[in-house]
Design a protein around this ligand. Sequence first.
Ligand code: IPD
Length: 278
Amino acid sequence: MEDQYDACFDAAVEIARKAGEMIREAFHKPKCITAKGCATDLVTETDEAVEKMIIGHLRERFPDHNFIGEESTAAGARCVFDERPTWMIDPVDGTTNFVHRFPYVAVSIGFLAKKEFVFGVIYNAPQDIMYTGRTGKGAFRNGEAISASGVQQLNQSLVLLEIGSSREAEHLDEKVRNYHNLAKHPVRSIRSLGSAALNMCAVASGEGEAYCETGMHCWDVAAGTVILREAGGYVCDPDGTELDVMSRRCLATCSENVAKEMISVAKYNAPLARDDAA
Ligand code: IPD
């Protein structure tokens, strides 16, 4: 059945592929790298060029939509999240991977309307893998339906965690303590793909059971939230309450039970500035 956002979804897939070509073209070349807020938060000329291309193209087609992009926000644009159809765009999710040629680098495009998740498109450019999910219509990897593993116990789970870019003692201590507690639980093992979007796709594809992070941004997790939920997974705040996409906190699992166990073992309380803080 057609829905009012079909044209937006088709445009997102088309533009993600085009962005992917730009990423592949630059992947093995020397890069111009600069640090944003801190020494571990990197940006390259490709991040900026890809975001400009994506937002320029989409804004032309959908002029009254709202656009939130990682690099536009870094350049000073306000991150306003309201009822309008809203695009949350990370042009290069996994910028550090991109810099080091570690092939987990994705274009991530999430779309919400009236603050509800509508669709997500995540394109792993180096590996040419397209993940899509649309609310009520399933989740797909290169056109084939995917589903989360459905594992019910944390001690049978492969867990994806990220150190992130903030190295402030409070955040670092909390992450290391949670890593320790999960390893001791014990979970089967712990991995980091270096891309929030691809961590969520891994859980959606049954390649891991849980991903948890604080400090990432709305553009890192918006698309993955739709894809994982449509794959039968579960997404919430790391304290078990409803996901607030602006809060910079996310727990994404293959089942509600694994989420419950994660919440009892890993605790995240360090304060964070919200994405929509004025
Ligand atoms: C980052 C990646 C990384 C996560 C960071 C994100 P970026 O996004 O998703 O895995 O740990 O929190 O900011 O900066 O590469 O687009």
